[in-house]
Design a protein around this ligand. Sequence first.
Ligand code: 5AD
Ligand code: SF4
Length: 436
Amino acid sequence: MKKRFYIETYGCQMNEYDSELLSGILINAGYSFSADPEEADLILLNTCSVRDHAEQKIHSRLGELKQIKDRHPQLKIGLLGCMAQNVRDEILTNKPYVDLILGPDAYRNILEHLQSTEKHAIDTKLSKYEVYEDLFPARKSGINAWISISRGCDKFCSYCIVPYTRGRERSRKVSGILTEARKAVEQGFVEITLLGQNVNSYRDDEKSFPDLLRALAEKVSGIRRIRYISPHPQDVDAALMQVHAEYKPLIANHIHLPLQSGSNSVLAAMNRSYTREHYLKRVEMIRQYVPDMGISTDIIVGFPGEGDRDFRDTLDIMRQVRYDSAFTFKYSPRPHTKAIKLQDDVSDTQKTERLLELIALQKEHTLQRFRAMIGKELDILVESGSKRRPEEMMGRTSCGKVVVFPKANYLPGDLIRRRITNARGVTLISRENVEE
Ligand code: 5AD
Ligand code: SF4
């Protein structure tokens, strides 16, 4: 009988992509996918170390999986990804039931490691070159295909563990990315999302990120929408915005532009390599080229040394930019990073207060942004029928907002044009079809 594997993915979209890569390797080797961990021969957790909270969640999940292993002693448990890199020794000491520990650059060798007769198979070597060029991910069904275009990060923001868990930045070849995109389109995917820790520092010899976007837009037919995450504000330039303007609406009008803080002294301590003035200039430029660009962000509160005025500076930038949405986090000291040496001097109570204030302000802006869409005619990429309301379907606008509309003869992947007639919280409603 075929061996079955079960995989759980935590953290960022890069991990989603990596899990699809791993699934591809296992399926090619004769494994089949299991949706139930109780029925699997191999359980993989693809993990995240970006905040302590993420790691704690995975530690407790491992405790639950141990109980399954107690009932099925043949079961193998694998810990993969950033946490494998970061807490290998602790796992070996305290969770000896974990059989396999593989870092983000060791997936190519998973089959050999599964055959190992050692008590533990461990491979956490980082590579300067591995980009899994010749492997094809087994993608989940849906309309969107993730495509990783680079791996690792060289920016070394002082709070961030990623450069230590994922190693040095390296880009794939344009040709390999085009091949992967064509294959995804052949398989029925109509939207592609390019992934990189700093997606826009992509480089293949003379070719930069805007060149890659142009090549995808011109040379891969059948794609209906191209997205990418996450660009670094420092590398967002006029060339990128030019491509957005030129290939609209194929290149989605959404940019995720992590701010992290609005205070110049905190940005400097974070090693973010831009000031609030630079950041605001970039936003101005973005809106000059693409006036209806949806802008989202990441913000950290409570970085060491963040005083009340620094925090007010962050709120001030939020008021100036009026983001469509924001992911907000309390600073979490991480091992290996420069910031771990700074005193974590903002109390947890204060971090929570700041986070709540920031979330409340963002909610106002988000609702304003959603209300401002009412009356507009927009392109919507149909995703699926609504699970809760069988009489409705859902899709997404170019700037990434969810729209629901009455069920009609649409198929997932259809690009339709409709007028937004209402907004229900963070969902847009469309009751009007628009004839082309
Ligand atoms: N503490 C809190 N948030 C963090 N992030 C990265 N490292 C940390 C940390 N140590 C956030 C940043 C990043 C997002 C993916 O996670 O905002 O953009
Ligand atoms: Fe971390 Fe900064 Fe690299 Fe993003 S750019 S992965 S926040 S070090």
